[in-house]
Design a protein around this ligand. Structure first.
Ligand SMILES: Nc1ncnc2c1ncn2[C@@H]1O[C@H](COP(=O)(O)OP(=O)(O)O)[C@@H](O)[C@H]1O
Ligand SMILES: [Mg+2]
Length: 454
């Protein structure tokens, strides 16, 4: 097997030769990727990949003769060094699971397919396998030729037929400090690191121009935020944008999440809060909806045109509440503004926005005897509690962690991560097989903590 960083030979397979031509150039913009063959059906793809000892087959899932799963099974026998990646328009949890069960490395949605992102993902997987391989060789000396470390993976076969549908989720509260940014960033991370959703394009957008927290939480340099932010989209013409342009106007964040931060410059940020900004934010979200399966928006702490635009586009509006009076009162105010008022029959009907709202009770501060009860909060706001996120020191720990890990990654089985993953599952089905062995987590966590102290 080749060394890390060496060229990666790719065979493309699709019935649509225009599509293959379109993506070839962009794939090859990656310094390692070389497209060495095309195939219009599965048999041809297998033959080409085997003969040419291709490192990768990138194929549409449904071909005229066989599917991507079949290709992966056959290549595991005929050409075990070849990795398979698929592209499909009909992603379901079931499909992703059956693909991964036969060793397919990633399932990319065809809508919004980004050759650049796919190339990065492919290169990472191939280099990873090469690294593992060279370690095995180092440890055990020469290994039988032709067998790679990429055997067929055995996974649980619980199938989920639910389609992966586009999800646009925003955090909202006109009060600051309730956890809007924390939840937005961790939710985006939890979705992207789910094995079912790793092939999905996930965007994280900061609409809080006064706070600009996303850049900080994701460790993006000021220079990057300065060059690529909401304001840099002002003069682009949306009908002329290619997937490559969209990628270039966003920042590569941790775990392959694409980030669009708020501007850091106070003056630029103020301009965005003016009335003209509604059009800018609408444009940004219209474009992102074309290219991303998941969009997470860190909402602004106000009822500005930016918030308007985000609420219009969102499929889920998470009202972030803390168990104290102020944060709940603010939410009740927003909700009341949107409610129909019998005295004003001409008030525009906003019930479609209300229907997207759910309360997430976040314990941003430690427990206090003055804490409001969940049912008091639900009654005051008039919307049921959808999720409860515990107070967890891992949130603070993540702020100082090396390697820029978010809280959900730092302690993936801890109470905060479990609650966020559950939320991710309730929103878009990101964890259909459950989240760890949550039943014993409390105990495990406790013992871990005790041992750490001792
Ligand atoms: N569940 C939680 N556990 C512990 N600390 C939290 C939690 N949620 C938020 N925090 C902390 O609360 C503060 C406010 O959170 P932040 O996300 O910045 O709020 P907002 O975006 O609404 O202004 C931050 O210091 C954050 O680390
Ligand atoms: Mg914030």
């Amino acid at each position: 097997m080749k060394q890390e960083g060496a060229p990666i030979n790719v065979v493309l397979a699709s019935v649509d030769s225009d599509f293959m031509m379109d993506i070839t150039q962009d794939l090859q913009a990656h310094p390692q990727i070389k497209v060495i063959g095309f195939a219009s059906n599965g048999e041809a793809a297998i033959e080409r990949a085997t003969k040419m000892a291709a490192d990768v087959v990138l194929t549409e899932y449904s071909l005229t003769d066989i599917t991507g799963t079949e290709i992966a099974k056959r290549l595991a026998e005929d050409s075990p060094g070849t990795q398979v990646f698929v592209i499909t328009d009909n992603i379901t949890g079931q499909l992703v699971q059956s693909c991964k069960a036969v060793g397919i490395k990633e399932v990319f949605p065809k809508t919004g397919f980004s050759p650049k992102e796919a190339a990065n993902r492919i290169a990472a997987e191939v280099d990873n396998a090469r690294r593992e391989w060279s370690e095995i060789v180092k440890k055990h000396g020469a290994v039988e030729k032709g067998t790679g470390p990429m055997g067929v993976q055995k996974t649980k076969t619980e199938y989920i037929a639910r389609p992966i549908t586009q999800t646009i989720v925003m955090t909202h509260n006109t009060k600051g400090g309730v956890g809007k940014s924390t939840i937005a960033v961790n939710l985006a991370t939890a979705i992207k690191i789910s094995p079912y959703f790793s092939g999905q394009r996930v965007a994280l957008v900061d609409f809080d121009c006064g706070g600009a927290n996303v850049g900080t939480l994701c460790n993006i340099s000021d220079n990057d935020c300065y060059n690529r932010n909401l304001a840099t989209w002002e003069y682009v013409r949306e009908e002329e944008l290619t997937p490559g342009d969209v990628d270039d106007m966003m920042i590569d964040g941790p775990n392959g999440i694409k980030i669009l931060p708020a501007p850091l410059n106070q003056k630029v940020a103020e301009d965005i809060n003016q009335d003209t900004s509604a059009e800018l934010c609408n444009k940004i979200l219209r474009v992102l909806r074309k290219y991303f399966g998941i969009i997470v928006i860190d909402g602004a702490p106000n009822l500005s045109p930016t918030t308007d635009a985000a609420m219009e586009h969102s499929t889920h509006i998470l009202l972030i509440a803390n168990p104290e009076g102020q944060s709940v009162k603010q939410l009740a105010r927003t909700v009341n503004l949107l409610r129909p008022t019998p005295d004003y029959p001409d008030k525009p009907d906003m019930t479609y926005i209300l229907r997207k709202m759910r309360i997430v009770l976040n314990h941003a501060q430690g427990e206090s005897k003055w804490d409001l009860k969940p049912d008091e909060i639900a009654t005051t706001v008039g919307i049921p509690i959808f999720a409860e996120i515990p107070h967890d020191e891992v949130v603070k720990k993540a702020l100082h962690s090396e390697g820029n890990k978010q809280a959900v990654e730092l302690e993936p089985d801890g109470p905060f991560a479990v609650a966020i993953k559950r939320l991710a599952n309730d929103i878009c089905g990101a964890y259909p097989n459950g989240i760890g062995n949550t039943g014993t987590n409390g105990k495990k966590g406790l013992f871990k903590k005790l041992l750490r102290k001792g």
